[in-house]
Design a protein around this ligand. Structure first.
Ligand SMILES: [Zn+2]
Length: 249
């Protein structure tokens, strides 16, 4: 395509699978969205976001399917023939088609990329605090098994997200989430109630039977390579979104 290549963080989910995370670098957006903002509806110009998404498409080799994420636990099956349809309002996508990239966009929420390289099934999930409470990653795993995946062959990577040292929440919210998902309970580095969403998601994937779970230990709030809703909010600014992408190559 001749487009400039954007920097991405490649991850290994097995033979025949490509998976990577974007950073905030290499795109066309300006101001608080500089520069590779992939989120629509966060105040950035839609045409610029579409152009940024095309840069990611170029890396993936085909248009990336993004859902309209709504903090639920519903799943949609993606296919090449549906690529031009309106984005479904779900928080997980699954496909067994070759060359159909799936994307998940985040800025502190947990992006999860999944693959069964043997069965040839891939999925993405968006797990924020509501998604952790509702068990969206478990729903994504179920959808993969329904598409022919097998738990012992499943691999997942838990991407950059706000960490348990940084994600302060009110005590009553921490207690409520902790009752359902004990591994989510944490404490900030300054000693107040917090949630550790990436750890909770890692635990939920293991409980769902995923054989190999890798976690990228990079905190979006403190790592300037990524967009962070919390960091931007502290400065009264909107935040862009970076993405995780997985496909059968
Ligand atoms: Zn942190």
């Amino acid at each position: 395509m001749g487009a400039p290549t954007i920097p991405v963080l490649e991850v290994d989910l097995g033979p025949g699978i490509r998976a990577f995370f974007t950073t905030r670098h290499g795109g066309l957006s300006e101001g608080p969205w500089a520069s590779l903002n992939l989120g629509l509806g966060v105040g950035d110009t839609e045409a610029t976001v579409r152009a940024n998404r095309r840069l990611v498409d170029a890396v993936a080799g085909a248009p990336v399917n993004f859902a309209t994420q709504v903090h639920g636990r519903d799943i949609a099956v993606a296919s090449a023939s549906l690529a031009s349809a309106p984005a479904p309002e779900v928080d997980a996508l699954v496909t067994s088609e070759v060359g159909v990239p799936l994307g998940v966009y985040v800025a502190d929420c947990v992006p999860v990329l999944l693959a069964d390289p043997r069965a040839g099934v891939v999925a993405v999930a968006h797990a924020g605090r509501p998604g952790v409470e509702m068990g969206v990653v478990g729903a994504a795993v179920e959808a993969m098994l329904a598409c022919g995946g097998r738990a012992r062959d499943l691999r997942a990577v838990v991407g950059p997200a706000v960490c348990g040292d940084c994600y302060e929440v009110p005590a009553d919210l921490a207690a409520r989430v902790g009752e359902r998902v004990p591994s989510a309970l944490s404490q900030t580095s300054w000693g107040t109630p917090a949630l550790d969403l990436p750890r909770a998601v890692t635990t939920q994937l293991a409980l769902a039977g995923v054989a190999h779970v890798e976690r990228i230990h990079r905190c979006t709030r403190t790592d300037p390579a990524f967009f962070s809703h919390r960091r931007s909010s502290a400065d009264a600014l909107p935040a862009g979104r970076f993405a995780g992408v997985v496909l059968r190559a």
